[in-house]
Design a protein around this ligand. Structure first.
Ligand code: CP
Length: 322
């Protein structure tokens, strides 16, 4: 694998999911964790640039790099000067450095670069062009992995595919992605990416959301959309909840009249579905306490699996580039 910025960078999705599962298995049954690169003389360096805050992505990717014997450097890239991403501009404003230099310089220290960037949620064309991620990728001289970009979160979705693979009870489980309320305007990245990865898996995928919450057509073409949340939940094996702001009225907070919070009463309509969420989650807004605190809830296993997914991706990239 050369880069990891979306599912389209992955040559063999099935193999990557099973690689993450085998790393997970080894971490449980082989103690201490076998670190295949711990004795190398010239360890590789992973530099993670965060233009937006993160708890899970930061810690799990750092841990994955450490598991592989890498040097790991994380930087809050929003805390310093502003970077210019447009080409050909006269830089006489507040941007101190162009991405051409920034990406080129980071490449002097890194063997792999991770980039975390959120959308503007005001400029749909710019967000969906993935300007920040693509400019870094273009001007870096080492592999780039997405730690969540403006429109996609492939490390989260790989993790979710791993979690579903580990817990499915039927060959073709029913997986429901449900929109849920949130007081702030959130990206569509997790939902877009989840749909993209589930379309590549052998699952019955249903997306349920209120009118006005339609995702970008390139993601949901040929996907079953159900505007009735309760109907969508019937017979589901996995319920994946996530809020996203409007794609059509770009960035608007959607406030339906009906209650879209995931409740224990709605979960009772399912086939004893396992509840999933990428976190962070707003309790009793997105999902009620009783669902999150139920032993069947998979949120902590998802968080743990982030480490194994990141490790599988890093191993694939290091294998290709060392
Ligand atoms: N799920 C996820 O990406 O979490 P963080 O925002 O904490 O990284």
């Amino acid at each position: 694998m050369n880069h990891f910025t979306s599912i389209h960078d992955v040559p063999n999705i099935e193999a990557l999911i099973h690689k993450a599962l085998s790393i997970k298995h080894a971490s449980v049954f082989e103690s201490p964790i076998v670190n295949p690169k711990s004795n190398i003389q010239n360890p590789k360096t992973l530099v993670l640039l965060f233009f937006n805050p993160s708890l899970r992505t930061r810690l799990s990717t750092e841990k994955a790099g450490l598991n592989l014997g890498m040097n790991v450097i994380s930087m809050n890239a929003d805390a310093g000067w502003k970077i210019e991403f447009e080409d050909g501009v006269v830089m006489d404003g507040d941007k101190a450095e162009h991405v051409r230099e920034a990406a080129g310089v980071v490449s002097q220290y890194a063997d792999v670069i991770g980039i975390r960037t959120f959308p503007t949620l005001t400029d749909r064309e710019r967000d969906y062009a993935e300007v920040v991620l693509r400019q870094f990728q273009k001007h870096a001289t080492v592999p780039v992995i997405s730690l969540e970009s403006a429109t996609l979160h492939p490390l989260q979705s790989l993790t979710d595919a791993v979690t579903i693979e580990a817990h499915k009870k039927t060959a073709r489980p029913k997986v429901v992605l449900t929109w849920a309320p949130h007081p702030r305007a959130l990206p569509q990245a997790v939902a877009n990416s989840f749909v993209e990865w589930m379309k590549a898996r052998d699952v019955e995928l249903v997306v349920t959301h209120p009118p006005g919450a339609e995702l970008a057509p390139q993601f949901v073409d040929n996907v079953q959309i159900e505007y009735n949340q309760r109907k969508a939940f019937e017979g589901a094996d996995f319920i994946y909840a996530k809020n996203w702001s409007s794609y059509t009225d770009y960035g608007r907070i959607i406030s339906p009249k009906e209650n879209w919070t995931v409740t224990a009463e709605k979960m009772a309509l399912t086939n004893q579905a396992r509840f999933m969420h990428c976190l962070p989650v707003r309790r009793n807004v997105v999902v009620e306490d009783a669902v999150l605190d139920d032993p069947s809830c998979l949120i902590f296993e998802q968080a743990k699996n982030r480490e194994f997914a990141a490790q599988a991706v890093l191993e694939e990239i290091l294998n290709k580039h060392t």
